[in-house]
Design a protein around this ligand. Structure first.
Ligand code: SIN
Ligand code: MN
Length: 200
């Protein structure tokens, strides 16, 4: 395991062993059954290439009218609970009084990407966002708090965990591309990214 810091992003390379990665995937199966992946519409028109769902009290959602947290899956059901194995990653890395109340599950299939954005719809930016990468490699681009600032990129591999806190909490970030089928963790390939957030 190696820890590096790039533009304030704390990157824990190889934080999760292969066994721990498999355990997370196993723990997430019931989440996907209760709250199936969907392709959100985006305000500008079109759909995200990433498919998503959530666990926890709040889930991330977007449609033509904007981006927001909502308390139900689009089906109308409450989001499932965040699996304890996922919460353990937070308690291992974050020394704070609260647990996350949202775990966003992003699935990147072949060709999926995520544009440069900030995570800024939470009430208290003193809590970090913790991001867990599983499956195929993804190229994370990291910038500063203004969109025009210079960016740096790093390949995230399965088992890497990134903590976006402090100066990096409101930094721009995105995923330019994945290397489809670079990992054997997910039988059908693709990349899963989990982000843990304190929303309220
Ligand atoms: C996100 O910003 O929500 C996802 C980041 C990632 O997929 O690594
Ligand atoms: Mn984000």
């Amino acid at each position: 395991m190696a820890r590096l810091k790039v533009r304030g992003f704390e990157i824990h390379k190889g934080f999760l062993s292969v066994e721990a990665q498999q355990a997370l995937i196993h723990a997430l199966r019931p989440v996907l059954r209760a709250a199936p992946l969907f392709s959100p519409d985006v305000p500008g028109g079109g759909q995200m290439s990433v498919r998503m769902t959530s666990a926890g009290r709040f889930g991330w959602y977007s449609d033509k009218s904007g981006y927001r947290y909502i308390e139900q899956h689009p089906s109308g059901q409450a989001w499932p609970e965040i699996p304890s194995d996922v919460l353990r990653v937070w308690t291992d890395l974050v020394d704070r009084d609260r647990m996350p109340d949202c775990c966003l599950f992003n699935y990147y299939g072949e060709g999926a990407r995520m544009g440069l954005h900030q995570d800024k719809d939470e009430a208290d930016f003193s809590y970090p966002v913790v991001s867990i990468s599983l499956g195929d490699d993804g190229l994370l681009r990291m910038g500063g708090t203004a969109r025009k600032e210079k960016t740096e990129s790093i390949w995230l591999n399965s088992g890497d965990v990134v903590v976006m806190g402090g100066d990096a909490r409101l930094a721009y970030h995105g995923v330019d591309r994945i290397r489809f089928r670079s990992s054997r963790l997910l039988p059908k390939g693709g990349r899963v990214n989990l982000t843990l957030r304190v929303v309220t």
